[in-house]
Design a protein around this ligand. Structure first.
Ligand code: HEC
Ligand code: HEC
Length: 205
């Protein structure tokens, strides 16, 4: 009995999620996509379905969020919820979230340890990235060991393709709602230099 109820609840949540997703993509508007009440555990499970069970993503182009500074996670969720930062998928997820939900989720994921990137780095590329990061003073904001602080995200051990995509976007076409400081920092940095930076940062332990 309990299980049936539970499964029914999950189905309802997924339907709500996908209704708002297709809504965001511009198909026929749903009646009214009312946010449905969810428990904290249910919210965490939804995040985990994309960002990984322990906040360490196993999926291309989805960032790991474990060990990110609490304030960084809060900022991202608020900006997306308010429509100030575009992100179709996350927009649907943050819809109807209260500030308390956001604070609790940020606390939860910031407390989980970020896992090291598996595999050995290319040492030449890694060394090039290390020198560039030092020359460009990336750690002056992202902190020693690139562990992040306050609104500055942790870069250490983030997925390499996520880092590279973000670096290219910050340099070429910063999204509305992202901090302009990164655009200024990356002005004139070449593609192969961004690759070296991403490789180096992904392998920081
Ligand atoms: C359907 C998949 C999906 C779900 C569910 C989801 N996210 Fe995301 N999330 C993404 C993707 C994709 C990005 C990267 C988008 C971008 O930066 O353009 C992202 C980005 C983020 C970021 C920014 C990370 C960074 O390093 O820039 C945070 C923080 C985040 N999500 C937290 C959450 C939380 C908390 C939840 C649950 C309430 C959640 N996400 C649910 C797909 C998802
Ligand atoms: C003056 C402070 C500052 C400096 C210097 C700086 N950053 Fe950042 N960086 C930030 C802030 C703030 C953000 C968050 C931007 C946002 O999400 O709006 C950020 C975001 C990022 C992100 C996105 C991470 C994520 O998970 O979303 C990457 C990658 C990054 N920085 C790499 C670098 C690299 C590489 C350097 C050196 C070339 C650098 N940063 C120098 C402040 C700085």
């Amino acid at each position: 009995m309990h299980h049936t109820l539970h499964a029914g609840r999950w189905a309802a949540m997924l339907i709500a999620l996908f209704t708002s997703l297709s809504f965001a993509q511009g198909s026929a508007p749903a009646e009214s996509a009312k946010p449905i009440a969810m428990t904290f555990t249910e919210r965490v499970q939804i995040c985990a379905s994309c960002h990984g069970a322990d906040g360490n993503s196993q999926t291309n182009n989805i960032p790991s969020i474990a060990g990110q500074p609490r304030i960084f996670i809060e900022n991202v969720l608020v900006l997306i919820r308010e429509g100030l930062r575009s992100n179709e998928v996350m927009q649907a997820v943050t819809k109807g979230m209260s500030d308390q939900d956001i604070v609790a989720l940020a606390k939860h994921f910031s407390a989980l340890p970020m896992q090291s990137t598996p595999g050995e780095p290319d040492t030449a590329l890694q060394q090039r990235g290390r020198l560039l990061a030092s020359k460009l003073r990336c750690a002056s904001c992202h902190e020693a060991n690139f562990k992040g602080r306050a609104q500055m995200p942790r870069l250490a051990a983030q997925r390499e393709e996520v880092l590279l995509t973000k670096l290219i976007a910050f340099r070429d076409k910063p999204k509305p709602g992202t901090d302009t400081i990164m655009n200024a920092t990356l002005h004139g940095v070449k593609d192969d230099e961004l690759k070296a930076l991403a490789h180096f940062l992904a392998h920081v332990r």
